[in-house]
Design a protein around this ligand. Structure first.
Ligand SMILES: [Zn+2]
Length: 227
């Protein structure tokens, strides 16, 4: 049940999308995104399933490759179908069990609206027990960089206890990793891996906060062999 996180490496997009931009909704040239997406399929030798993400908590259960559903999480129990979540500061959360996988798009809004809980429910309905789940919180903006207004920090911490934080310069911040980890742990997930890479600090990754107009990298999960 492999998982993978892409970066700018290996793509053809021009600045400000420079590299392997997989987002087709960010203003990049359609031809460049098509080449980038084709390269990812060639590398994995499996179809890659995207979704139209809206910062919600809708989960799409997929059994075959098709047009991107409007959703913020995908789950499947079918081998050979690569699930993709596109991000540039939001957290890509990747779920693996022996016979089920999933991906979720968890930024501030998605995390607070319950996308993690909704994804866990969908995985469970496909037969994945909580104690056999392995979850990876991929690269996202770190607490030290994710400055927000004080009232917003307070509001989000009410919805997601443990997410309130402080930036490196001492201002109000949100800690996506801590908030998501708390949600997972509260649901009984114990095998949690958290990437230390911060999108806002790592030039190999796309960051909306750092760059504004930019591309999207992807977190991927699938059942089956690693090509
Ligand atoms: Zn950071």
């Amino acid at each position: 049940m492999p998982v993978l996180v892409t970066s700018r490496s290996g793509g053809v997009s021009d600045p400000p999308f420079e590299g392997l931009n997989l987002g087709d909704h960010v203003g990049d040239a359609d031809e460049a995104v098509a080449v980038n997406r084709r390269r990812l399929v060639d590398r994995l030798r499996m179809p890659v399933q995207y979704m139209r993400q809206v910062h919600g908590r809708q989960v799409a259960v997929l059994r075959r490759h098709g047009p991107p559903p409007q959703a913020d999480a995908l789950v499947t129990d079918v081998p050979g179908l690569v699930l993709a979540v596109m991000v540039a500061d939001c957290a890509p959360v990747l779920f693996e069990a022996p016979a089920v996988v999933g991906v979720a798009h968890a930024g501030r809004v998605g995390m607070a609206s319950g996308v993690i809980h909704a994804t866990l429910g969908a995985l469970e309905r496909l037969g994945a027990a909580r104690d056999e789940l392995r979850v990876t919180i991929g690269p996202c903006i770190c607490a030290g960089c994710y400055e927000v207004p004080e009232d917003l920090r307070c509001e989000v911490d009410t919805q997601v206890p443990g997410s309130a934080a402080t930036t490196r310069v001492g201002t109000a911040a949100i800690d996506l990793r801590a908030g998501i980890r708390r949600q997972l742990a509260a649901a009984g997930v114990t095998d949690i891996t958290i990437s230390a890479r911060c999108t806002a600090e790592d030039p190999e990754l796309y960051s909306y906060r750092r760059e504004g107009r930019t591309g999207r990298f992807a977190g991927l999960a699938w059942l089956g062999p690693t090509p």
